[in-house]
Design a protein around this ligand. Structure first.
Ligand SMILES: *Cc1c(COP(=O)(O)O)cnc(C)c1O
Length: 455
């Protein structure tokens, strides 16, 4: 089969999958072991490309999760917009190296445009630097590397040259309910998890600003503060105006993990939740969550481009660009890299400013609808539904876990479980452009049926 025919047939398979994802079981009943057994024997020789795609599709399709469909509420998972999906196909077909404007003028230019649009939509300073990375984890790591550079430089230490041996101790004062990727970033950056000074949170997961202030005054030396826009369980936002002011008064760098919640800034109705966020020093967010860009996609923004570049840029004689155009790889962890700007540009172009606001608003309205229907059925809602996240409890933890397992088995929808402030919950995240009121109603019914069945 010619490449042309193979690609057309392959795109049709992807389209078939995405169409039937609306009605198929949301979570498959085929195990990973079955797939491994089907594909596991190392072939002795080559095979035609069309046969390879056939073998792969047949073996994996029964074990695919319909997370691109409208009733997947696990983790924080977008459904991938049509234009972004198509642009991601092109990214593969074009196979550009997004290193710099010499390896691909197109990739460098499109990242530049998309970054400018993102900063505008997210309410961040137009002068901030940006790195297109693989997700929130990488974005947190890049931002905290910039923070590490900056606070140590202020203390007279060149961490890029001298490393951390003998360096002044950096303390990282964080919301106690932070995402675990903050801790992994601190491990990777050599700051270590013992550098963490946790700040007590309220029942929604908002850092207590009084405690933050006390923690800042009790430790000396270089300090980084990590706040959250959109807790991954409750959707709660830290009090940015007060917290950033306190942190800056003490000379700390403020990083905001906005993987989920920074998108509230794109909605005139919800923007107030992010008030004051623009005064921070760095921000991370995800493309593959609420922007509905296919995996993988994340963004690191930094108010101090020189600190960002000092942490992540490198030069080598053979890499010098032909022109002065900004090199995307200087602001990311990767050297050779996927041209992630194409899919992001396409998502933003498909939605436009109003479409993005509608997407964010709709998901939040649907989350409230979900919570309302569950509450009417006697379910305890464990959080203030301020964003797209809902926590639901069904009596004691044991029963909540039984209900969760029954919902997951039902195939009607899928959602995960969590532990929040010591209690078990079923965790709902409404993040897909495909989810409708009808999907929420069907899913709430499935949850309530499981609740009755597990009584
Ligand atoms: C999802 C998430 C992350 C990690 O993002 P990945 O895209 O999974 O790397 C970090 N912080 C928060 C608040 C998140 O919700």
């Amino acid at each position: 089969m010619e490449l042309r025919d193979l690609l057309i047939a392959t795109a049709a398979r992807a389209a078939d999958f995405r169409e039937q994802a609306a009605e198929a079981r949301v979570f498959p009943d085929t195990s990973p072991e079955t797939v491994r057994d089907a594909l596991g024997a190392l072939p002795a020789g080559p095979a035609p490309a069309a046969q390879v795609v056939d073998e792969l599709t047949k073996a994996v399709e029964p074990a695919l999760v319909a997370s691109a469909g409208p009733r997947y509420f696990g983790f924080v998972t977008g459904g991938a917009l049509d234009a972004a999906t198509a642009a991601d196909f092109l990214t593969t077909g074009w196979d550009q190296n997004g290193f710099n404007a010499t390896s691909s003028p197109a990739a460098a230019a499109v990242e530049d445009v998309a970054a400018t649009w993102l900063k505008d939509l997210l309410g961040l300073p137009a002068t901030a630097s940006s790195g297109f990375v693989t997700g929130g984890q990488a974005a947190n790591t890049v931002c905290l590397a910039a923070a590490r550079h900056h606070v140590l430089a202020q203390a007279g230490w060149d961490v890029e040259r001298d490393g951390l041996h003998g360096a002044p101790r950096v303390r990282v004062i964080v919301n106690a309910d932070r995402h675990a990727t903050i801790d992994r970033a601190l491990r990777l950056l050599g700051l270590g998890t013992s550098s963490v000074v946790p700040v007590r949170t309220d029942p929604q997961g908002r850092a207590d600003v009084g405690e933050l202030s006390t923690a800042l005054s009790e430790v000396d030396g270089p300090r980084i503060v990590c706040l959250q826009a959109g807790d991954v369980n409750t959707g709660a936002f830290d009090d940015f105006p007060a917290a950033v002011e306190v942190a800056h008064r003490r000379g700390a760098w403020v990083h905001v993990d906005g993987a989920v919640g920074l998108w509230a800034a794109a909605s005139p109705r919800l923007r107030h939740l992010t008030a004051g966020v623009a005064a921070a020093d760095s921000w991370s967010t995800d493309g593959h969550k609420w922007l509905n860009v296919p995996y993988d996609s994340g963004y690191a923004f930094c108010a101090h481009p020189e600190a960002h570049a000092a942490a992540t840029a490198y030069t080598a004689a053979y890499l010098a660009g032909q022109n002065g155009f900004r090199a995307p790889s200087a602001f990311a962890l990767e050297s050779s890299r996927r041209a992630r700007g194409f899919a992001t540009w396409a998502a933003l172009r498909q939605l436009g400013r109003s479409g993005l606001a509608d997407l964010v608003d709709r998901c939040c309205t649907l989350a409230q609808r979900f919570a309302g229907q569950l509450a009417a059925g006697g379910v305890t809602i464990g959080n203030d539904v301020v964003l797209n996240q809902v926590l639901a409890a069904f009596g004691d933890d044991e029963r909540t876990r039984r209900v969760l397992a029954a919902v997951q088995r039902s195939g009607v929808c899928w959602m995960g479980g969590t532990t929040w402030h010591g209690r078990a919950y079923l965790r709902i995240s409404v993040s897909s452009w495909r989810t409708t009121e009808n999907d929420v109603d069907r899913s709430a019914e499935a949850v309530l049926a499981a609740f009755r069945q597990e009584s």
